[in-house]
Design a protein around this ligand. Structure first.
Ligand code: XMP
Length: 512
């Protein structure tokens, strides 16, 4: 096990992810409880994360003395390097300006940390962040790399197996960072790449059992990968203490509710109730065109329906959610200041307080691709695992302008044809997310010998890694032409199709 001591960096989870990618198990503990964590876990190596503090401030956080006394291999990152420097007998001081961004490190000396990745004399891009800077090395340490702004960008003591770096190896903007972390855990700490998703599954199950005890859990299943994986995992942990509810809000894709029910009934034996609340939702949205009002209305109704259903099964102590790590980081702004609400993302927020429930979020530490790997491990069919994301508020936010039953029906048909064409062309897995949007504009056309005056349908497709940034998908024109022709021919109410060529930013993936 690798112990990661968290000093409050926004990207500490990325360190954990890189260690997992290197096939090594790790746990993160906040610095306040690091001493107990170190005792309990007895790690083979320790990584000290970055953080917002300065070692010069009185009362700034420190790593427990035990990790230095025990002689375990150490890697200090950013603030972690500073506190390591100070605690091992060196000196650091605040520098006048904080820097966060691209920098280049010049490799001054070969060492086990750089093995097979960097060699002396080379220059490599890294993502730098420094507030403090090292002014005196701890005894036994030497400089291994420097950058323009940081003469001690990397230092280390090869004998002691202790290294510090001022840049962040865990972020993708340090292209070789994952390999450096791999070197630390494999070559320096001598750990095998033996940790797998199967092991994660076992640990997650044990943790769920411990948290839930003999309490009752309810889970809102959307049919998406995240909530499905969370439900399967929890079911494996606590069996029928879990009840799942699928709320059909009338804003789903064509056949969606039926498909999801069939998949779960066929493969799994999880108590799952389908609640048809489509009239309630669609009536409440009828004519509403403000995107935020739509989102809030849906969020509130969802909580009402869910509360009602939970009451029917005699209440619950826990609410399960498929919250992922990016949902957690996105909710905190990078600067620590209040972040602007771009969209009120729909989840079951508000419900736990109202019903006095605790949250069970077994995927909170994982990224989307890790959740997919876990889903595979749990035996979810590939067709299910590879599904594009679908937003909680569903088709309501793909009908800009007033939502009506008629428009939802038109959109559902166009969307189904579009996705059918994407699958036929073999593009479904290459595209991150694709969908149709029904615009509240009618335009003139000519079909047969008659004039038409019907809606415009916009097609959207994006590539992305995590949904936080995205590029529009570059179709070939033949494909677009085929999809457009089919939609116009087969869907009553649409006589024009356009393609959205906006990336994110400046656009968002959804239109509302
Ligand atoms: P945006 O439109 O913000 O979307 O670029 C990023 C990703 O999030 C999905 N999305 C949502 N997912 N509830 C969800 O569960 C929501 O309210 C919601 N709004 C957007 C969107 O489909 C895309 O994958």
């Amino acid at each position: 096990t690798v112990l990661i001591i968290d000093f409050g960096s926004q990207v500490t989870q990325l360190i954990a992810r890189r260690v997992r990618e290197a096939g090594v198990y790790c746990e993160i503990v906040p610095f306040q409880s690091a001493e107990a964590g170190f005792e309990r876990i007895k790690p083979k190596a320790v990584i000290l994360s970055g953080g917002p503090a300065s070692t010069a401030e009185t009362g700034s956080p420190r790593a427990p003395q035990a990790i230095f006394d025990a002689g375990v291999p150490l890697l200090g990152i950013c603030y972690g390097q500073m506190t390591m420097c100070v605690q091992m007998g060196g000196k650091a001081e605040p520098s006048d300006h904080r820097e966060f961004g691209r920098a280049y490190v010049e490799v001054l000396k070969d060492c086990p940390l750089f093995d097979g990745v960097w060699t002396q004399g080379q220059r490599h891009q890294v993502w730098m962040s420094h507030g403090d800077r090292v002014i005196d090395l701890p005894p036994g340490f030497e400089i291994l790399g420097r950058s323009e702004g940081a003469p001690y960008a990397v230092f280390g003591n090869v004998e002691r197996k202790a290294y510090g770096m001022m840049f962040h190896p865990e972020v993708i903007h340090t292209p070789d960072g994952a390999k450096l972390i791999g070197n630390f855990v494999h070559h320096i700490a001598g750990l095998d790449a033996s940790w797998t998703m199967a092991a994660y599954r076992e640990q997650a199950i044990a943790a769920i059992r411990e948290q839930v005890g003999d309490g009752k859990v309810i889970c809102a299943l959307s049919g998406g990968v995240d909530s499905s994986v969370a439900a399967l995992l929890i079911h494996e942990a606590i069996g029928d203490q879990l009840n799942c509810i699928l709320v059909d809000h009338g804003l789903m894709r064509k056949n969606e509710a039926a498909d999801v029910m069939a998949m779960f009934r066929e493969h799994y034996n999880i108590p799952l109730a389908l609640v048809d609340a489509s009239d309630t939702f669609v009536d409440a949205l009828e004519g509403e065109s403000d995107p935020e009002v739509k989102r809030k209305t849906i969020g509130k109704l969802f909580i009402d329906v869910f509360e009602e259903e939970a009451r029917k099964i005699g209440g619950a102590d826990f609410l399960a959610q498929g919250t992922l790590y990016p949902d957690v980081i996105e909710s905190v702004s990078f600067t620590g200041g209040p972040s602007v609400t771009i969209k009120s993302h729909h989840n079951v927020g508000g419900l736990p307080e109202r019903m006095n429930m605790q949250l069970v979020e077994p995927l909170r530490e994982l990224f989307k691709d890790e959740v997919r790997a876990l889903g595979r491990e749990l035996g979810l069919p590939d067709s299910f695992i590879g599904r594009h994301p679908f937003p909680g508020p569903g088709l309501a936010i793909r009908c800009p302008g007033g939502v009506t039953r008629e428009k939802l029906d038109i959109l559902r048909e166009a969307d189904a044809i579009y996705l059918d064409e994407i699958r036929t062309a073999g593009l479904y897995d290459t595209i991150w997310q694709a969908f149709a949007v029904l615009l509240p504009v009618q335009t003139v056309g000519v079909m047969g010998d008659g004039r038409t005056y019907e809606y415009v349908c916009a097609l959207r497709a994006v590539t992305s890694v995590d949904g936080m940034t995205a590029d529009f998908y570059h179709y070939d024109m033949e494909f677009l032409s085929r999809a457009a022709t089919r939609i116009i021919n087969e869907v009553r109410g649409i006589n024009r199709v356009v393609y959205d060529v906006t990336s994110k930013p400046p656009g968002t993936i959804e239109w509302e």
